[in-house]
Write a protein that binds this ligand. Structure first.
Ligand code: ADP
Length: 395
């Protein structure tokens, strides 16, 4: 069984805590991506699962068996890394079968496994090629086939696509998903690329500063980020954040106001909160017909436009007088917003526009702790009793 569990795993290097009290429970057959910025502890976590690094504290289990101090070869794992080290003087067959030959498997069994693996990664007909006669993508597939022939319970992949060009990387993502479907094996995959994590994994483990921030299916991380870090890291371009405070009437920022009953959201007047909204949830007044619960209008001027083909990113400068009362507490707060609009929009640079936000897609965070308070803010009701169904009620 390929389930992998980390219990209170910490790795310290002198004064650096690379991994900090990590608890992870990965199910048999799951495709999990460990994602986070460079230096957050992804590789160290992977190395401790692989047995290449020993934890300072905590325990690692694979298939229910404690493996914390076992060497890699006794863990039932296979690894594929960013830098593919194929033997340059061996053809594809010999490269794929190297480990099996070393372990003295009989020829028939080796042939059978090589055939199956090369079939899965679509290298049929290339078994007698030399590595220097192959493209980067094909060499990466040889490395994956070499891992497959070992019939591991768990595949560990550390940025295996990082050295490939953008187009090939997208293609290989699909191949890895197909591979996962075919093998039905646990795959733990390290990447700093949130798009890679979003597209491939059953669940994403988001890591920052050695600590697990959230482990959930991609769309849950996207729609219900646990904190400001996850909200900003998952999704491209990033979520907009507007700092402000809670008043009797709801959220009050320098340029953005959203009315709600603080009690409905579980906050109190005076609380410092950060409002989050993704660029795709900001609408011009013309576009807002498509949303059920818009906020009040926000006055802005368009700054730079970035046409992407399927959408246009519009940088908005919010007008100072967009909201009614302003106080000192809100000075210095965000006055920019990124909006995504339809590619056939007639919007131009330096244009005055009114925009609204989709209340159902707003996020509220505690500014100090960064923890999420609410996803989706219901409109204010006169009889506010139940806040469990955000954005369901009407004015
Ligand atoms: P990631 O894979 O997310 O980029 P790493 O796991 O490689 O991050 O590193 C996490 C932190 O631990 C970094 O600050 C890194 O400098 C430190 N680190 C990793 N390996 C070592 C090591 N062998 N000695 C000292 N510090 C290390």
């Amino acid at each position: 069984m390929g389930d992998v569990t980390l219990e209170h795993v910490t790795k310290r290097y002198e004064d650096v805590t690379a991994v900090d009290d990590m608890n992870l429970a990965i199910n048999d057959g799951e495709f999990i991506c460990l994602v986070g910025p460079s230096g957050c502890g992804k590789s160290t976590t992977m190395e401790m699962i692989a047995g290449l690094t020993m934890p300072t504290e905590g325990e690692v289990f694979i298939g229910g068996r404690e493996v914390t101090n076992l060497p890699p070869k006794d863990r039932g794992i296979a690894m594929v890394f960013q830098n593919i080290a194929l033997f340059p003087h061996m053809d594809v067959y010999d490269n794929i079968s190297f480990g099996l030959r070393l372990r003295k498997y009989d020829k028939e069994e080796i042939d059978r496994r090589v055939e199956r693996a090369s079939d899965i990664v679509q290298l049929e007909g290339m078994l007698d090629r030399m590595p220097d006669e192959m493209s980067g993508g094909q060499r990466q597939r040889v490395a994956i086939a070499r891992a497959i022939v070992r019939n591991p319970e768990v595949f560990l992949m550390d940025e295996p696509l990082a050295n490939l060009d953008a187009k090939l990387r997208v293609h290989m993502r699909t191949e890895l998903q197909r591979l996962h479907k075919e093998l039905d094996t646990t795959i733990i995959y390290v990447t700093h690329d949130q798009a890679e994590a979003m597209t491939m994994s059953d669940r994403i483990a988001v890591i920052d500063s050695g600590q697990l921030q959230q482990i959930d299916p991609p769309l849950v991380c996207y729609n219900e980020p646990a904190n400001l870090f996850v909200a900003g890291f998952i999704g491209s371009p990033s979520m907009n954040f507007v700092d402000g405070e809670v008043t009797e009437a709801g959220f009050h920022g320098k340029n953005v106001e959203v009315d709600f009953d603080p009690a409905d959201v579980g906050v109190s007047p005076g609380d410092d909160v950060t409002l989050g909204v993704r660029p795709e949830d900001v609408y011009t007044e013309d576009e807002q017909a498509g949303i059920a619960h818009p906020t009040k209008r926000i006055e802005a001027t368009t700054d730079v436009l970035e046409p992407m083909g399927d959408e246009i990113f519009v940088y908005l400068l919010l007008s100072e007088d967009a909201t009614t009362s302003m106080d000192d507490a809100s000075e210095g707060m965000s006055d920019q917003l990124l909006m995504s609009v339809d590619p056939d929009s007639s919007i131009t640079e330096d244009q005055d526009v009114s925009v609204v936000l989709d209340r159902a897609k707003l996020h509220l965070f505690d500014t100090e702790t960064g923890e999420a308070i609410q996803h989706g803010i219901a409109t204010t009701t006169t009889t506010s009793t139940d806040s469990s169904t955000p954005a369901e009620s009407d004015d």
